[in-house]
Design a protein around this ligand. Sequence first.
Ligand code: GLY
Length: 371
Amino acid sequence: MRERVHVDLAERSYDIEIGPGLLTVAGRLIRPLLSRNFVAVITDETVADLHLDTLRAGLASEGIEMVSLALPAGESTKSWPHFTRAVEWLLEQKVERNDMVVALGGGVIGDLVGFAAAVLRRGVRFVQVPTTLLAQVDSSVGGKTGINAPQGKNLIGAFHQPSLVLADTDVLGTLTERDYLAGYGEVMKYGLLGDIDFFQWLEGNASRAAAGDMEARIAAVKRSCEMKAEIVARDETEQGDRALLNLGHTFCHSLEAATGYSDRLLHGEGVAIGCALAFEVSARMGLCSQEDPSRVRAHLNDMKMKTDLADIAGDLPNSEGLIDLMMQDKKVKDGKINFIMARGIGEAFVTSDVDLALVRQVLDEQLAAKG
Ligand code: GLY
């Protein structure tokens, strides 16, 4: 039950291995890439307790020595102080230019460790071992690395592709239901942005995957990674098509900012609500039929996921306040917000030509329903 997706980027190409039990065979998979039998692993304290011993044993079975650093878990780790700690620790461990760094964790660890690898000795190679669904289908693939600035999320970073991604689907069994479903927001996004057949498959099978069916989980991760790999191969540094991966994210980022990046709203939950909003606005603009947003929301309801602004606990700013927060988005160009809209399910496109009055109307309706 092992799948492989290739990310085709000329000399920066790499494989994504997907399946159960990969941590236990990590040594066999990583060894061909090593110049000596040594890796430096950076993880977080939660993941270390759950998975570090399994990874250590998997490496030791191939005679690979491992040193490790566990940073605190959570978004605040994606910051200069922890980044400095990571880089200086790698230097203390005498990690050489040809050595391999391993990022074991979710998106925070993958982004921070990838960025540390990008700048250490002007660039060392690294392996992503993503331990959340969100990291397996999105953040570990495609080479976006970085940390947050006080001015905003992901504002400091570099493109640095990993040399290998090991998406061990067994580790998804250690996620809370909420974290799994938040990651699922990014899985669903792929169907919505470019593959109606995948979305239809998810309508029939995503509940089975969420309940733990391994075959369904592997298929969902594989198709998501294939779609991301295709888009990244076309547009590695987001000059065009890669922005499609941001479906739902303009709305999501403003909602995350409005909720203080707290656990009132997890990133993937914001993506799911943002996708539903993007389809609603697309329908109001006459781009797609009204059945499309209804179908998206019905699927989110089936998955028992947050669907509307009403599902976010606590107060939110009014529609003007939310639109102001959208204007802070990295994707604002010449004062215009770049939205990802859709001509139908699986047919997303990038445009700055969106009537903000319609966006305001949709937000106002949902805020009124929130009471
Ligand atoms: N997560 C969006 C991207 O990798 O481009």
